[in-house]
Design a protein around this ligand. Structure first.
Ligand code: SF4
Length: 424
């Protein structure tokens, strides 16, 4: 039986109990959320990792993307990226490798990761073969990843012939920016055939069920620029994904849904709510929303802005974006920065998220007290990136116990001293 089967049979499994304890949520409540599909706990049957629930009423999670490319293939650097991301708070990592010995990289990342690991199997099937890959190559990649211990997989099953008609009939500037979506479209056009992940979706679910892999339904049609945001092709795919969510759950397999790409701030709310509604409240795994196309070099910030707004509207899982987005394969330092910025956005969401708000608020209160006491060590302890905060503070020191911004005119100190005097 899969975790979903067991939750639906009213069993509070070890994973649910441990996850409930870590999140500070009642175990029976979490079981009900898992049983309904509103929360997923991605964990391959063969892996020993701490359960990481994603969805409603639990802490907002973040994923870090790592992996080689055809141009840069250092396995040791990718392992370092995984550990840096996990050390800085990544709840999951995805191996998106497309260069070198892909299986070697994946095995090593699985060994080095104490958190759930995700992949996009079509990358492995397509590497070096692109549209010459066969339907068997796709399913073999899925099976091999599942057998290796992958906990969740992005599958672009929503890209089908019907969606392709909407794409070609539309007026997008950037046709397809999802790598998996583009490979699927290219394969369908070259082979004049339906997407195998769509036409043989039940076979995919059999494999996922065997290894208890969570399916992340990929958004192959996610818009790649502000001008294309929330368009017909995207929503047609979301409608299809909604049907696949039901099919996935009926097979006893957990699933999430990915979206929504580049979106201006005023389009995020209705976009996210529509995806959640059409996909029966499946956990929403955010790619973006990047809120402007004009900030290459700063897209970790554009997506954190979008992520925070999307989180307020019901999104559950942020995919970290690095400063290298749209420009190059990220370095270890890009991964560190992207992870920290995503973590900030996730915490900002949690401060307003029902079920987790109190816990998040207590962390901010602790920081406020440390600030009031001008207790710098306690402030660095509370900070999301304490090392950076300490290094800035110590670069430009003050002669007193304040910081060098206001020195003796420190508002906190002046007000505190005055109020103390008044109370005597
Ligand atoms: S010196 Fe100014 S910036 Fe620094 S802690 Fe005091 S009020 Fe804040």
């Amino acid at each position: 039986m899969t975790l979903l089967d067991r939750a639906q049979s009213h069993e509070i499994t070890r994973e649910i109990r441990e996850a409930a304890e870590a999140e500070g949520i009642d175990a029976e409540r979490l079981r009900r959320l898992v049983a309904s599909g509103r929360v997923v706990i991605p964990k391959n049957v063969s892996r020993s990792i701490a359960p990481t629930p994603v969805g409603e009423s639990v802490r907002t999670k973040i994923n870090a993307n790592i992996g080689t490319s055809a141009d840069y293939q250092s396995v040791s650097e990718e392992i370092e990226k995984a550990s840096v991301a996990i050390r800085h708070g990544a709840d999951t990592v995805m191996d998106l490798s497309t260069g070198g010995d892909l299986h070697e990289v994946l095995e090593k990342i699985l060994d080095a990761s104490s958190v759930p690991v995700g992949t996009v199997p079509i990358y492995h099937a397509a590497c070096g073969r692109k549209s010459e890959m066969t339907s068997d190559d796709l399913f073999n990649a899925v099976r091999r990843h599942a057998k290796s211990g992958v906990d969740f997989m992005t599958i672009h099953a929503g890209v089908n012939k019907e969606i392709l008609k909407h794409l070609t009939a539309g007026s997008r500037i950037l046709d397809v920016v999802s790598r998996g979506g583009a490979l699927t479209v290219a394969w369908m056009i070259t082979n004049e055939a339906e997407n195998p992940f769509y036409s043989e979706f039940n076979y995919l679910l059999e494999i996922a069920r065997e290894y208890d892999v969570t399916i992340s339904l990929g958004d192959g049609m996610r818009p790649g620029c502000i001008a294309d945001a929330n368009d017909d092709a995207m929503f047609q795919e979301v409608i299809t994904l909604g049907r696949l969510v039901k099919q996935t759950r009926a097979a006893g397999v957990q699933c999430m849904v990915e979206g929504p790409g580049h979106v201006p701030v005023d389009g995020i709310g209705y976009g996210v709510r529509a995806i959640k509604h059409l996909c029966d409240d499946a956990p929403l795994y955010l790619l973006g929303p990047v809120v402007t196309d004009l900030a290459p070099g700063y897209d970790h910030i554009t997506s954190a802005i979008g992520g925070a707004i999307a989180g307020m509207c019901g999104a559950d899982f942020l995919c970290m974006v690095t400063p290298a987005e749209h420009l190059a394969l990220p370095t270890v330092d890009d991964i560190r920065e992207g992870t920290i910025v995503a973590k900030i956005a996730a915490h900002a969401i949690d401060l307003a998220k029902p079920g987790v708000r109190e816990r998040a608020l207590s962390m901010d209160k602790k920081m406020a007290v440390a600030r009031k006491n001008l207790d710098w060590d306690a402030q660095f302890e509370c900070a999301i990136d304490g090392a950076r905060a300490r290094s800035i503070h110590e670069t430009r020191v003050s002669s007193g116990d304040t910081c060098s911004m206001c020195g003796e005119l420190c508002a906190i100190k002046v007000a505190k001293d005055a109020l103390l005097k008044q109370s005597r």
